[in-house]
Design a protein around this ligand. Structure first.
Ligand SMILES: Cc1ncc(COP(=O)(O)O)c(C=O)c1O
Length: 458
């Protein structure tokens, strides 16, 4: 079965972020996911895996809520299958969801603009920031500050906020003028950066210097994730988000928290920024907003911004036909209801300490350079065979490309292994995972990295 589908896919399907030409009967096999149950998925041969990545950071509830979600979806489809949020027309599901999100969001965030996914939500934030500044008489605020190594989506606008030449260069100069500042990864920095106050001051100082060098009246917004996904679950030092707020207020730019991954319970809060005291003007979400049961993105807008863009006569010239689709909105409402009823956030809060301990225990292994993360979101940065922790080509191929992903898969765990300059292993398990499952995940990772450490030493 797998080979048949693999051949058909090679002939007809173009996958995202994939060397499509390498797939097929004579090339690399395709991993076909056929079904899901609880925190597990099964491939086309019926082999079961722990979904240690929640799809792609989407499936907060795992896969066993189909009946309830289908009931909500069926009810919505029978009542109204589609209607846009366009030209002063709306439908109840989106209105109700916007109200619900305002109730969950940090204080002062009351409006939502819907889209179909994360990159659209990010571009919406950018357009709203531009409208906000223009309406306040500052049309020259057109630049964005983003953080090195971060990822905010692959559409042409959102791609501007990423500094990875592998992603950007094939498509020419960025659509949006962006300046990059440091992310909050302190691994490998001077020892004094272990002190939160010193590190925070250093990071904020660089941002302030950048703003002053560019000219404060040219900066529209700064975008950052509460915990940066790319680069491996990079948590902020204490005081960082408060400092971002101070700088945003001092220099008049908007602060955008990209919560496409950290939203909806991943860090044990509805919005991960809450955990770090973030007070953002705009929040972008997607993925977990429907727990992966339907596509949806959203940009949440703070009152201060909403009051400007909603002033009488101002038109928000922006939209997506399927933004806030009734089906997605109904599914999101039911997802949020289930998450609340089944105390999914509390589950993350109750179990994250155990997961943190299990992950921290990996730090003694020779192949482990650093362990970091929060909630149900952790990464291990790998150390190689070279002085300073780099990987020789041979060790990279043998361990990062081959042994580690293969062993994880053989042991029944889907996790992410990034073959980057600093290779990483990452997990983001479903938020309904129980303690034995989390223990099993860390056990598989420990066994795998133990074997890889021994191979490294040879
Ligand atoms: C932080 C962040 N922002 C934006 C996006 C883009 O979301 P989408 O793939 O739904 O466009 C992603 C996707 O992984 C993301 O991780």
């Amino acid at each position: 079965m797998t080979t048949d589908l693999s051949a058909v896919a090679a002939k007809h399907l173009l996958l995202n972020m994939t060397s499509n030409g390498s797939l097929g009967p004579d090339g690399e096999g395709l991993f076909v996911v056929r079904s899901g149950e609880g925190p597990y998925v099964r491939d086309d041969d019926g082999t079961r895996y722990i979904d240690g990545l929640s799809g792609l950071y989407c499936c907060q509830l795992g896969y066993s809520y189909a009946d309830e979600i289908a009931e909500a979806a069926g009810k919505q489809l029978r009542e109204l299958s589609f209607s846009p949020l366009w030209s002063a027309s709306a439908h109840p599901a989106a209105i109700e969801l916007a109200q619900r999100l305002a109730g969950l969001a940090p204080a002062g965030i009351e409006h939502t603009f819907f889209s179909s996914g994360g990159a659209e939500a990010v571009e919406t934030a950018w357009k709203i920031a531009r409208r906000y500044h223009a309406l306040r008489g500052e049309p020259g605020r057109a630049k964005v500050l983003a953080r090195r190594g971060a990822y905010h989506g692959l559409t042409v606008g959102a791609l501007s906020f990423t500094d990875d030449p592998g992603l950007t260069e094939p498509y020419g100069p960025p659509a949006i003028d962006t300046r990059f500042v440091a992310n909050t990864n302190r691994h490998g920095l001077f020892p004094e950066m272990a002190n939160d106050a010193v590190f925070t001051a250093h990071l904020l100082g660089e941002i302030e210097d950048t703003v002053l060098a560019e000219g404060p009246d040219t900066i529209a917004m700064l975008i950052a994730e509460p915990v940066q996904n790319r680069g491996g679950c990079i948590t902020p030092p204490e005081g960082y988000w408060q400092g971002l707020r101070t700088l945003a207020d001092r220099y008049g730019f908007l602060l955008v928290a990209d919560e496409v991954i950290t939203g909806f319970g991943r860090l044990g809060e509805w919005f991960g920024g809450i955990r770090y005291g973030a007070e953002s003007d705009l929040i972008t979400v997607a993925k977990g907003i429907t727990a992966g049961y339907a596509p949806m993105g959203a940009t949440l807008v703070g009152q201060r911004v909403a009051e400007v863009i909603n002033q009488p006569g101002a038109v928000l010239n922006h939209g997506y036909t399927f933004g806030g689709h009734p089906l997605s909105a109904a599914i999101s409402l039911r997802t949020l209801e289930i998450m609340e009823r089944d105390q999914v956030l509390q589950n993350v809060r109750d179990l994250e300490g155990g997961l943190a301990n299990g992950m921290a225990a990996l730090a003694g292994l020779p192949i482990v350079a650093d362990v970091r993360g929060a909630g149900f979101f952790y990464a291990v940065q790998l150390a190689g065979d070279q002085p300073g922790g780099g990987f020789s080509d041979a060790a990279r191929q043998a361990l990062v490309v081959d042994l580690i992903p293969r062993r994880l898969r053989e042991a029944g765990l889907l996790a992410r292994v990034y073959n980057r300059a600093a290779p990483l292993l990452q997990i983001a398990p479903p938020l309904i995972s129980d303690r034995p499952l989390l223990d099993r995940i860390t056990e598989i990772i420990a066994d795998t990295l133990d074997e890889a450490s021994r191979a490294l030493a040879r």
